[in-house]
Design a protein. Structure first.
Length: 518
């Protein structure tokens, strides 16, 4: 039972913990970090405004954006809300400290009062992060579309913040009422399916389209935007009202995993972070493979066969995620071809994340360095053998990206460029992902001995693998800049040759690596 004076005790405990944390806080360091963050935001905004193409589009293009844009933007927003629904089905989005779970939630206090504060902080932080993304998107739209820049930025911030509130609010509703995971999957499929219907048929029945209409209000006001605003505000309120029903078991599991995940991210231990994220998402391999390999090839190509044993047990969620990342990469490359060059970075990140899933067999080998070092094969040669099967998987992801491009704008040129780009991007993504996993956590000795170089080293370690994938996409930009009489595919091939040499050099470096230390 919840005792009446317990709420006062809970407030006093929260205030005491806040005073202790503020007492241990170095205010000069906090202001310095805030200053650096502000400088970073200003620099990023200046870079975005400089790199993105300027000049308004034609009137016909503006009308097309106003007509078709809400559904396309709504599809992206629907995916975000679908992720929130799935997070709520697993007990999210609130991640408490273990001490709060063990002492506060098990105490005779109102659980809703104990959880409402963390839930509000989760909503507030997500809305703040979304506001930054929306501001950059509005700034990008202001350079191409008619209308006031202030209006575009305000519309981008409003749509992003409301989408974040709707996603977190949906998660709170699912976790607070303990709705099962199949209900979250059904809602996610319905949201994305309705958005796809709006894109293909020109309707406006999806909630994502309503928020997409809000994002394009500077071009044309639609009453549906009001419905999107009302929905995005009502769902978080419903989630906060029922937050007290959150499962204690789910809160305990998330508290332990999130704490470990934060430590792994701080140490830049990518492999551990991936494993913890899969545990947090309750993503388990299938008990039976999708296809059973014939027993006649058991003694031939054992590493290749072993890799496919693992790949064929990927759960459907992981396969769908890799296919979705392929579509994102294809659409981003299409946008880069149309003139928005920075979208190449988006395509590179999508392919790199997909490759991190594709190299799971190699990652499992790296998790057992003792067994790896005991095999009668040189370490580097074994590592290179593990790249063949993931390379084929990433080639399939590249074909999915090509399908996305063909759906957006069918052309023979895309097929010609795919002959050059798909093998190169697949190889670069697999090599980059393998390098990220094999490198392991950063060297502690370097951080202690040369602390001045620790920040630069950390940035380079995190940036160069995705940068290698971005370099592999350079042939697309070369083909875009090609001038007659040089064909676009020939310009892409000319750039692909030196890029392939760089990828081959990194592959040779991987072949010289030894098994990770215990």
């Amino acid at each position: 039972m919840a005792l009446a004076p317990a709420s006062d005790a809970l407030g006093e405990l929260t205030a005491a913990r806040r005073r202790r944390r503020l007492g241990d806080l170095d205010w000069f360091e906090a202001f310095y970090n805030a200053y650096l963050a502000g400088v970073g935001v200003v620099v990023a905004t200046a870079v975005v405004s400089t790199v993105l193409p300027e000049g308004e589009v034609t009137a016909d293009t503006a009308r097309r954006v106003a007509t078709e844009g809400p559904a396309l933007a709504g599809l992206v927003l629907a995916v975000v809300v679908a992720v929130g629904a799935r997070s709520g089905g697993r007990g999210g989005p609130v991640a408490l400290e273990p001490a709060v779970v063990h002492h506060v939630l098990l105490a005779p206090v109102d659980r809703a009062a104990a959880l409402r504060g963390p839930a509000v902080r989760s909503l507030r932080f997500t809305a703040f992060a979304a506001a930054g993304v929306g501001a950059v998107a509005g700034l990008a739209a202001a350079g191409r579309l008619p209308g006031s820049p202030v209006a575009h930025v305000a519309a981008g911030v409003g749509a992003s913040v409301l989408t974040a509130l709707l996603a977190v609010g949906t998660a709170l509703v699912f976790s607070g009422r303990r709705w099962p995971m199949w209900a979250a999957d059904a809602l996610a499929a319905a949201l994305v399916g309705l958005s796809l219907l709006d894109v293909s048929e020109g309707t406006a029945v999806a909630p994502g389209t309503w928020l997409g209409a809000l994002a394009l209000t500077p071009l044309e006001f639609r009453p549906l935007a009001v419905a999107g605003v009302a929905l995005a505000l009502a769902v978080p309120l419903a989630g906060l009202a029922g937050v007290g029903g959150t499962s204690l078991e789910a809160a305990t599991r998330r508290a332990g995993l999130v704490g470990q995940l934060r430590f792994a991210v701080t140490m830049q231990d990518l492999r551990t972070a991936l494993l913890l994220r899969r545990q947090l998402a309750q993503e388990r391999p299938r008990s039976r493979p999708w296809v059973r390999l014939p027993a006649s090839s058991a003694t031939r190509l054992p590493v290749f066969r072993r890799d496919w044993h693992g790949l064929l047990r990927f759960p459907a969620v992981r396969i769908a995620r890799m296919a979705g990342l392929g579509v994102v990469a294809g659409l981003a490359l299409h946008g880069a071809w149309s003139g928005t060059t920075p979208l190449v970075v988006v395509a590179a990140l999508a392919l790199f994340v997909a490759a991190l899933d594709a190299i799971e067999p190699l990652s499992q080998e790296a998790d057992r360095p003792g067994a790896w070092a005991a095999l009668p094969v040189p370490d580097g040669r074994l590592l290179l053998r593990h790249l063949v099967a993931p390379g084929l998987v990433m080639a399939a992801v590249g074909l999915v990206a090509l399908a996305g491009v063909e759906l957006a704008a069918p052309s023979v040129l895309a097929l010609q460029l795919a002959v050059v780009e798909v093998p190169l991007a697949a190889a670069a993504a697999v090599v980059a992902a393998a390098a990220s996993v094999v490198m392991g956590p950063p060297d502690i000795v370097l951080r202690v001995s040369f602390p001045e170089a620790a920040a630069t080293s950390s940035v380079l370690r995190a940036a160069w693998p995705p940068g290698l994938v971005a370099l592999a996409l350079a042939p697309v930009l070369a083909a875009r800049a090609a001038e007659r009489p040089v064909p676009a595919w020939a310009a892409a091939a000319n750039v692909a040759v030196p890029v392939a040499a760089v990828v081959a050099g990194v592959t040779v470096w991987l072949g010289s690596r030894r098994a990770p230390a215990l």
